[in-house]
Write a protein that binds this ligand. Structure first.
Ligand SMILES: C[S@@+](CC[C@H](N)C(=O)[O-])C[C@H]1O[C@@H](n2cnc3c(N)ncnc32)[C@H](O)[C@@H]1O
Length: 274
């Protein structure tokens, strides 16, 4: 048997052949391959070792410690793209920060603005832009490692470091806010697979005692950041969906729970009044 495949298999890698091929393709030298193999055998996620993850048909740059985008989050990408398409309904004009000054024709063009809140690598924003090329994506993360990484996947000047909406320009409104913020209850982190628990920063996972601490804050402020008729999309778990939907309702948005069993995706959409 291929010795690399054997090493990966004995370390518990289920798709050892595929992983060995990916590592060989990514390594620039035998020494680099050995270094990557050691990291992978020690339990680091394959995507962090390779430096990229496939997400919604794109190659997204990934860095050590930064949350690896999950397949389930493509449900949010699909929903965001649907909300942004003009045939989905009239598009309200954005807030004052976006249109260029001077009253040109461009100033009258509606901006398909999206905020990717808790962006991690920026995978969700990048994938939305992949589906809706004229979308204007802004992204925020509180973790400097995530911001550095997202600046390699998105236009860097619109990737901001800070807490939730705080670093965004005042008055900036979005048609869609995508929020895959941490929602794992603190005590459940210990039960997560070691790849996540040991190699993704806890700020990316820890949602507080009931998992809803960050959601509570971002949902409460969302209405003031949405254009009329705009939508907040919050990824959550199936078990937490009713609680997330109740927070959305309490914030003055109309909630709807979307699920996709094939990818284990759950997203609560909250639509702002027109
Ligand atoms: C579950 S990860 C999701 C990352 C990315 N959205 C994705 O789906 O791949 C949550 C992200 O939210 C960020 N985060 C946590 N608390 C935050 C806060 N208060 N403000 C901004 N970002 C935050 C974390 O650093 C992490 O990158």
């Amino acid at each position: 048997m291929d010795p690399l495949v054997a090493r990966l298999r004995s370390a518990g890698c289920v798709f050892a052949e595929d992983e060995a091929a990916a590592l060989r393709e990514a390594a620039s030298s035998p020494e680099a391959l050995e270094e990557m193999a050691v990291r992978r055998v020690a339990g680091e996620p394959l995507e962090q070792v390779l430096g990229w993850a496939e997400f919604d048909g794109l190659r997204i740059r990934v860095a050590p410690g930064v949350f690896v985008p999950r397949l389930r989050s493509t449900l949010m990408v699909r929903l965001a793209a649907e909300r942004l398409r003009p045939e989905n309904g009239p598009i309200a004009h954005p807030g004052p920060a976006a249109p260029p000054p001077g009253g040109s024709a461009a100033a009258d063009r509606p901006v398909l603005r999206v905020i990717d809140l808790g962006c991690g690598t920026g995978a969700i924003g990048a994938a939305v832009a992949g589906r809706v090329p004229d979308a204007e994506v802004w992204a925020v993360d509180i973790d400097p490692a995530a911001v550095d990484c997202a600046r390699r996947n998105l236009p860097p000047s619109r990737v901001l470091l800070g807490d939730l909406y705080e670093p965004l320009p005042a008055g900036l409104l979005a048609r869609v806010i995508c929020a895959n913020a941490p929602y794992v209850p603190t005590d459940a982190i210990a039960l997560m697979p070691p790849e996540a628990r040991d190699h993704e920063h806890h700020v990316a996972l820890d949602g507080g005692p009931d998992g809803l601490d960050v959601q509570r804050r971002l949902i409460a402020e969302a209405r003031g950041r949405l254009t009329p008729g705009g939508a907040l999309l919050v990824e959550t778990s199936r078990a937490q969906a009713d609680a997330t939907a109740a927070l959305v309702q309490a914030a003055g948005l109309t909630p709807k729970v979307h699920t996709d069993d094939e990818i284990d995706g759950t997203v609560v959409a909250g639509t702002a009044p027109r």
